[in-house]
Design a protein around this ligand. Structure first.
Ligand code: SF4
Ligand code: SF4
Length: 417
């Protein structure tokens, strides 16, 4: 994690153009669904945006802004969805999200953060290795006796806290899919701890590092060279956070990428269950934020020229095709796209600790996403992240519009035959 002071170039480069609040012009179809920053759309002040958070970060760095609880609330109302970052980067070379995350770390270091709900999650991870404070011994309760695990296997399925405790169906379906495709895998059993992503994104760096380093050591010791996840938050942590701690000697694949590969190799065939019109929601951490973190050490020269050249993560290389190809491989499934998709996907409201700290705003964001999903005429909204599931399912339930939420692993598992 870069300290805030190392991101001064980004703060000083902001020219208040406002692109971080909007989908880039050519990618929009009109005013409706052109806004991309949930906090700006909801609260309507520039302070609530990537632009505003950069200004706040600079003033905190320079000692020109004093902390008060309203300011801390503002900083923690951002869902860290990164839409500002990739839209800023469509026209500039700046690190907006990196600065927002460093700002949160700074708020924690200065003793003003995180929010109580985030502290509670960190306490739960310290005591029980999961964010929900559930007994560690129950982490693998999802593992049914019929699941075939392979001993001394170099591929591990990492379920993560949310699939393990809240949505065991996702973990069960994932294991079933892997078994059906004949892909040998193992699990970490008692050695699987929280991925650390939710702690990292709320500025609790030391706490996040502790569990991440544990997982890295276990994966190394067991000789794992491929980690499979079914959770976008875990995927994002492995891709973006872990490489900041040191070399990562394994590749991480999302279950949709694995299934895409199994289908291409004709090891898995999906069958018709029912005709379904679905819309696919790209989780931020599987989409625009899933490009691997590449450390850069260099000098920023005149006109912002980075020497040696820096590899910018602009969101276009996220995991977009795999889930869509897998859905299309299920006979009877038709995908209808939302206006804001792929790198311009609109946040579900469930990430960045917002669901825990500001549940009303989180649900406002989820409802906005469901409104867009409803406009497609789809009967179901499909995604592949337990955090998205929690936010979107709740919003769909409250709307009672008849649209269902489905994790992609449920659709795949049902289509196995
Ligand atoms: S898009 Fe970038 S440069 Fe423009 S206002 Fe937003 S953060 Fe500043
Ligand atoms: S990360 Fe998302 S919510 Fe936060 S300022 Fe950027 S676009 Fe807005």
């Amino acid at each position: 994690m870069l300290p805030l002071k190392d991101l001064r170039h980004t703060m000083e480069s902001c020219n208040h153009c406002g692109q971080c609040k909007w989908v880039l012009g050519p990618k929009t179809k009109g005013y409706d669904y052109a806004e991309i920053c949930p906090i700006h759309q909801r609260f309507g002040f520039d302070a609530y945006s990537g632009q505003g958070l950069l200004n706040i970060a600079e003033e905190i760095l320079d000692g020109e802004l004093e902390y008060e609880s309203g300011l801390v609330d503002l900083i923690y109302s951002c869902t860290t969805c990164g839409a500002c970052d990739i839209n800023c980067k469509s026209v500039r070379d700046m690190e907006v999200l990196e600065t927002i995350l460093a700002l949160r770390a700074r708020v924690v270091a200065d003793g003003w953060g995180p929010m109580p709900a985030h502290q509670e999650a960190a306490g739960a991870v310290a005591a029980h290795h999961n964010i929900y404070g559930r007994a560690h011994e129950q982490r693998f309760d999802w593992l049914a006796p019929e699941v075939k695990l392979t001993k001394n296997c170099t591929t591990a399925y990492f379920a993560g806290c949310s699939a393990a405790y809240r949505y065991p169906q996702i973990a069960q379906d994932t294991a079933k899919i892997l078994n059906a495709g004949g892909l040998e895998f193992t699990v970490l059993h008692a050695e699987e701890y929280c991925c650390g992503g939710p702690l990292w994104r709320t500025g609790q760096i030391a706490e996040a590092r502790k569990v991440a380093e544990h997982n890295l050591a276990v994966l190394e010791k067991q000789g794992i060279d491929r980690v499979i996840t079914s959770c976008a938050e875990c995927f994002g942590a492995f891709r973006d956070f872990y490489p900041r701690l040191g070399p990562v000697n394994f590749r991480v694949m999302h279950i949709t990428e694995v299934v895409q590969q199994l289908i291409a190799e004709q090891r898995l065939t999906l069958h018709h269950r029912e005709d379904r019109k679905v819309t696919y929601h790209d989780p931020c951490l599987l989409g625009r934020l899933s490009e691997p973190y590449v450390p850069w050490n260099g000098e920023i020269q005149a006109f912002g020229r980075h020497e040696p050249p820096k590899q910018w993560r602009r969101g276009a290389q996220g995991v977009y095709d795999a889930p869509r190809e897998v859905l299309q491989a299920i006979p009877g499934v038709e995908i209808v796209e939302m206006v804001r998709n792929e790198e311009n996907s609109y946040c579900c409201g469930g990430g960045g600790g917002v669901a825990e700290a500001f549940p009303d705003f989180s649900q406002w964001t989820a409802r906005e996403r469901c409104r867009e999903a409803g406009s497609t005429g789809a009967a179901a909204m499909v995604s592949c992240c337990p955090f998205c599931q929690s936010a979107l399912e709740q919003a769909l339930g409250a709307a009672d519009g008849g649209m269902k939420y489905l994790d992609i692993t449920r659709l795949i598992a049902e289509a196995l035959g």
